[in-house]
Ligand binder design. Structure first.
Ligand SMILES: *Cc1c(COP(=O)(O)O)cnc(C)c1O
Length: 373
């Protein structure tokens, strides 16, 4: 527990909203002793697939494994290059490195997402795949990326860990590429009570390989076909996920309402750039996994808000290519570097009250007043 008056996410309050339902399903699962690859995992996979309009969903034990297994099962490995961004959570790059391939980093645009105009410069004879990251709940320009990938015969693996429920051109995030990778980590909107993740795919061959990969290299008949991993979505977590799925649209709507309120209250401030106000159409439907503002006063504003009891986060500074342990320092990414020193994520989650958001807004406005005197 922390001492913030308004914390960045408030998991206990989120739990309170669905406590009875969750306790019921946990009790039910435990009474049946159904823990590994049982009914709830099957139901979770089919409901999520139906919602996303994809053929298959495969439950795994993390978003990181969703990324790593997708790469491995699509045959990416040593000597291959995968184009992605440095403005992301480390798991994106680790997956590429851990399957033996080399991450090739492309810069981002002002919307924090992969700059599609710069992908071409990154292509080499070793390029096998593009891994766009749908950061903060907003989807990359997937029409452009998929067209480019098709022209160059590249695979597309979407890091959709922050974008379950987001849409682009009427299609679900994670349903564009060969694989869409999701995390159910407690910090995500669609989350469980521990680690979890899944892959969405239309490819029957990938579905089959992932199911073998996650279960010790065995098929459903328990025949051992290869060396595999132990990385299944727990049945208990799938049961929690099913409860969350019932409330998902309400949770997202509350976030979008909070985003509208932030927009209305802060758009006047000249040293803050806000994410676009939520749009209602499915052309570009943002779920606001994070509400990230841009300001030249990143560090002073964060410190000021902390003093007032408001918890914020910087995602991420330093940018990953500047972390010497990753051996990526040869990449020159000016927008990524500038962005790292400007971003600040404000509290946003479905259990955040108008009153607490009002306090955050009031605090930012009072910082603003101090700057103009
Ligand atoms: C959370 C996250 C992941 C990793 O998910 P885990 O379930 O924690 O392994 C990967 N990529 C992005 C962009 C994320 O935000």
């Amino acid at each position: 527990m922390n001492n913030f008056r308004v914390s960045y996410v408030d998991l206990p309050s989120q739990y309170e909203l669905i406590r009875e339902e969750v306790l019921d399903v946990i009790d039910d699962v435990c009474r049946r002793g159904s823990y590994i690859l049982r009914d709830e995992v099957d139901r979770f996979e089919s409901l999520v697939a139906e919602r996303m309009q994809v053929r298959h969903v495969i439950g795994l034990n993390s978003g990181a494994d969703a990324l790593l297994f997708s790469l491995r099962c699509l045959g990416i490995g040593k000597g291959d290059e995968v184009i992605t961004v440095a403005h992301t959570f480390i798991a994106t790059l680790s997956a590429i490195a851990k399957c033996g391939a080399q991450p090739v980093l492309v810069d981002i645009g002002e919307d924090f997402l992969m700059d599609v105009h710069k992908i071409e410069e990154c292509i080499s004879s070793r390029t096998r795949a593009i891994m766009p990251v749908h950061l903060n709940g907003e989807v990359c320009q997937m029409d452009v990326i998929c067209k480019f990938a098709a022209e160059h015969d590249l695979l597309v693996i979407e890091d959709a860990a922050q974008a379950f429920g987001a849409y682009y051109g009427g299609r679900a995030a994670g349903s564009f590429g060969d694989a869409g990778c999701f995390s159910l980590h407690p910090m995500k909107i669609f989350s469980v009570y521990g680690d979890g993740g899944f892959v969405a795919t239309d490819r029957d061959d990938l579905d089959e390989r992932l199911r073998i990969e996650r279960d010790h290299g065995q098929n459903r008949q328990r025949q051992v076909l290869k060396y595999g991993f132990s990385s299944r979505l727990d049945n208990l977590q799938a049961a929690v996920g099913l409860v969350k799925l019932r409330h998902f649209d309400t949770m997202v709507e509350r976030r979008r309402q909070l985003a509208r309120q932030y927009y209305a209250a802060l758009k006047q401030i000249d040293f803050i750039e806000l994410p676009p106000c939520p749009r209602d159409d499915m052309d570009s439907y943002n779920i606001f996994s994070s509400y990230v503002i841009r300001t030249p006063f990143q560090k002073p504003l964060q410190a000021y808000l902390a003093e007032r009891g408001v918890e914020t986060f910087v995602f991420w500074d330093p940018p990953l290519h500047k972390c010497s342990g990753l051996n990526l320092s040869s990449f020159d990414l000016p927008i990524t570097e500038r962005t790292a020193g400007q971003v600040l994520a404000l509290p946003i989650h479905h259990a955040l009250s108008d009153e607490d958001q009002g306090y955050v807004i009031e605090s930012i406005l009072s910082f603003s007043d101090k700057r103009t005197v």
